[in-house]
Design a protein around this ligand. Structure first.
Ligand code: GL7
Length: 801
């Protein structure tokens, strides 16, 4: 891509402002400048995108296609500027013009087309695929409304629509000429042809037009630009509507609803027909396109498709891609079952992101039939053939066929379909991948052990260190040079500074600087004044019982009551920072948000506390807010019930920014602990084995702990004794834990949690030691760059060159 001197950049900025916004530099608003910068960038990105495509086609490069119902991309301006090599010059020019770059960049709406970790992972992966120079495109849905905007009113979560497309989205290009029809519903009939094969005819289907919007994905410093293609549903213009315009309008609206909004539920199956239609809409449009492009570009027989394409499905949501590819190969390309199945099962690879039963998708047969009857027929056939093959080839597994079946009790099990139709099944952290093999999919593992593998998640260090924490990034480059930027594992070079007091002091200064910046954010958003010299203890993630924000609160309540008991007690001042969206229908999660606010209200205003504890809830936690929070975190709360958090990625973001993890041996925490050593992390609680053993044996007796342990009882009783609210405000939480026998082991882990907290606070008193711990975490975090993850996917699964 083109490089610019400052004067060149200023000049092109002026030209863009004049042409696109009819404004001079002097009279232009931040918004004008934002769009002008986007336009400069987009010219570069478009050109490089075309060059990349031509080059890839010419070289017949193998392509990875990442299919995901979610891409939580956040803002792109800084990331695009960085990767295009224009961030420094742009910052300098803006500053010289007396403009604040951060303010200008914040004109961009945060594209929230995802719920949480799964969607953000997809975005980090695209960045790494492009930055490593691979040919790989993302395919998702251009939701008209992304994840809801959270407002807190009197401590209660209110959801507002996320109208992210209100202003022109500068990064997308509509490509109506590449729109494809997607067919829903109708009937299927079959007839036997002369050669004995079956021919299927569809009738009465509803056709929806899938219109692609492409967003360039810019690789770092390599001129490689891939695409994220987001599909939007429209009424085909040749649709004949009988009746009046009103009917047509209603018809149009019902079609557009297919890409209308993102389901705001990050871990439970959303039993809605529309969601199912969204899934089919994504895979049908994508796979038709891949087949069309393949035929058009390579003039090769379609039987070679899998040699040039791999499709990674991000969780089970795009699993209908498997029967859809079968459908196209058989019904449109005329292949027989065996050839089509060979191609399909050499094309698809499946990533599992959760073992939570309620999140493993299961769809009623009649709904799948309604979405597309032919797709159901194919799933049925896959199931029959699969069960038969187990019966014949694995007599020892015959009594397991009922559990293995893709369809049972009139339900389609998406994870089973994904496993049967894929050549690779991976978990997202070492522990999670073991649990999948040993428990969740153990029978499948016994059948096809070679399919199962691990790919520990990662995060792009370009966004999560370089652009969100430039102070730390600069300090690192000043100290060890900038090789680490392209080889993040070289952050380990920092180990030479482990005993360098001057360096450790600079590290501490950077942290203090970032804490001051977050303090400002907190004050502006909440009016709460926090002390930048207190410990910043952070738990930011979706609100879910298994993530145990409630355990964090019980600990805060314990500390508060200790102060009430003895106000002169010496404690390390601490600021507890929360950020979390709850699924709108998730009552208990919303009660926890209320409790956070109730506790904050009491603790922050109690003169006995004397500002030694502050509790802050930052509303509308999203990618942009995360970029403010991560650099300032000192303690990273990763306290899920062991075995339940598949990986976590917030843990990696905070580690990379020098926070110390305080957590359970769960998900990727296990690998963080291994890397940094137990002296540089605070681990507590039950192990995953212990949790699973309790679960297999009917749980533990929560009542007993509650009755006999006074620390536990006092903290729990605060939920019902009016300490934080009148009229039994938190009864639901209290009884939810006790009458369900505490399925997330809050009470069981409470004491070890309180104890490890006290250990952490004692450790904090030794500033030098703390800085060394922080440094250790930073220098080991290169392992969690998504570049490492993608390199592993590319080599082991995708076989990219
Ligand atoms: C998740 C897991 O819960 C999370 O632990 C993991 O880091 C993430 C990415 O692999 O995937 N699974 C899931 O359904 N969501 C996640 O964040 C929403």
């Amino acid at each position: 891509m083109k490089t610019y001197t400052k004067s060149e950049f200023r000049k092109v900025l002026e030209t863009k402002l004049m042409n696109k916004r009819t404004a001079t530099l002097e009279e232009s608003t931040d918004n004008d400048i934002f769009y002008a910068i986007c336009s400069i960038l987009k010219d570069e990105i478009n050109q490089a995108g075309v060059d990349t495509r031509h080059h890839n086609i010419e070289a017949k490069r193998r392509q990875i296609n990442y299919l995901s119902m979610e891409f939580l991309i956040g803002r792109l301006i800084e990331s695009n500027l960085l990767n295009a090599g224009l961030l420094d010059v742009c910052n300098e020019v803006l500053t010289e013009l007396g403009r604040d770059p951060k303010k200008i960049y914040s004109e961009e709406n945060d594209a929230g087309l995802g719920n949480g970790g799964l969607g953000r992972l997809a975005a980090c992966f695209l960045d790494s695929i492009a930055s490593l120079g691979y040919m790989g495109n993302g395919f998702g849905i251009r939701y008209r409304y992304g994840l809801f905007e959270q407002r807190i009113v009197n401590g209660t979560q209110i959801e507002l629509p996320d109208n992210w497309l209100q202003e022109v989205y500068p990064w997308e290009t509509r490509r109506i000429e590449e729109a494809v029809p997607v067919n829903f519903g109708g009937q299927v009939t079959s007839e036997v042809l002369e050669d004995g094969n079956l021919k299927f005819t569809y009738s009465n289907q509803e056709t929806v037009l899938a219109v692609p919007y492409d967003v360039g994905v810019v690789g770092y410093d390599n001129d490689n630009v891939n695409q994220l293609r987001l599909w939007s549903a429209e009424l085909p213009h040749d649709t004949i509507d009988h009746g009046d315009n009103k009917n047509r309008l209603e018809h149009m609206q019902s079609v557009e609803r297919i890409s209308g909004f993102l389901y705001p539920d990050d871990s439970t199956e959303e039993g809605r027909f529309l969601r199912l239609k969204q899934q089919y809409f994504l895979v049908s449009s994508t796979i038709q396109t891949l087949i069309n492009q393949f035929k058009e570009r390579y003039q090769l027989p379609v039987t070679d498709f899998h040699k040039y394409h791999c499709i990674q499905i991000n969780d089970t949501h795009p699993t209908f891609g498997i029967p859809e590819l079968m459908r196209i190969l058989m019904d449109e390309e005329g292949l027989g079952w065996d050839d089509a199945w060979h191609i399909t099962t050499h094309t698809f690879a499946y990533t599992n992101h959760t073992i939570m039963q309620e999140a493993l998708e299961k769809w009623p047969v009649y709904q799948v039939q309604n979405v597309n009857p032919r797709i159901f027929m194919i799933i049925n056939e896959i199931n029959e053939r699969f069960c038969k093959s187990v019966y014949e080839a694995h007599p020892e597994m015959r009594d397991k066929i009922g559990d293995l079946a893709v369809i049972s009790n009139n339900v389609v099990h998406m994870s089973k379909l994904a496993i049967v139709g894929s050549f690779s099944v991976n978990g997202v952290a070492a522990l999670h991948s073991e649990i999948i093999k040993d428990y969740t999919f153990n029978d499948f593992y016994k059948l096809t052990p070679e399919k199962f593998n691990n790919k520990t998640n990662g995060i792009t260090h370009r966004r999560w260190l370089m652009t969100s924490n430039p102070e730390l990034s600069n300090l690192i480059s000043d100290t060890i040079g900038n090789n680490w930027v392209k080889h993040p594992q070289e952050l380990t070079q920092l180990m030479h500074y482990y005993n360098d007091d001057a360096f450790l002091d600079r590290l501490a200064e950077v942290k203090l600087h970032n804490k001051k910046a977050l303090k400002e954010v907190i004050y502006n958003k909440t009016g709460i004044e926090v002390d930048e010299h207190s410990v910043f203890d952070v738990q930011v993630k979706r609100l879910h019982e298994y993530k145990r924000q409630l355990l964090n609160l019980l600990r805060i309540i314990y500390l508060y009551n200790e102060i009430k008991r003895k106000p002169s007690i010496k404690i390390q001042p601490i600021t507890f920072i929360f950020g979390a969206k709850a699924a709108p229908g998730y009552h208990i999660a919303k009660e926890v948000i209320k409790l956070i606010h109730a506790v904050a209200n009491v603790v922050n205003n109690d003169t006995d506390v004397d500002n030694r504890i502050k509790v802050v809830f930052l509303e509308n936690y999203n990618v942009t807010l995360a970029e403010d929070i991560m650099p300032a975190a000192e303690i990273s709360e990763q306290i899920s019930t062991a075995s339940m958090e598949a990986s976590g990625t917030g843990n990696m973001k905070m580690m990379m920014n020098g926070a110390i993890t305080l957590g359970t041996m769960d998900g990727a925490n296990v690998e963080i602990a291994e890397l940094v050593g137990k002296e540089n992390i605070f681990i507590f609680g039950l192990s995953s084995e212990e949790v699973i053993n309790y679960q297999l044996n009917g749980g533990y007796r929560a009542e007993d702990i509650y009755k006999t342990d006074s620390r536990v009882k006092n903290a729990m009783d605060a939920l019902i004794n009016e300490q934080f609210g009148r009229n039994y405000a938190f009864n639901d939480l209290y009884y939810h834990v006790l009458t369900n026998n505490d399925p997330y082991f809050l009470l069981k882990d409470f004491n070890s949690y309180v104890d490890i907290h006290l250990t952490a606070m004692a450790t904090y008193q030794d500033k030098r030691k703390w800085n060394q711990m922080s440094l250790t975490n930073i220098m080991k975090s290169g392992q969690f760059s998504s570049d490492r993850t993608i390199q592993q996917y590319a080599t082991d699964i995708w076989k990219l060159n």
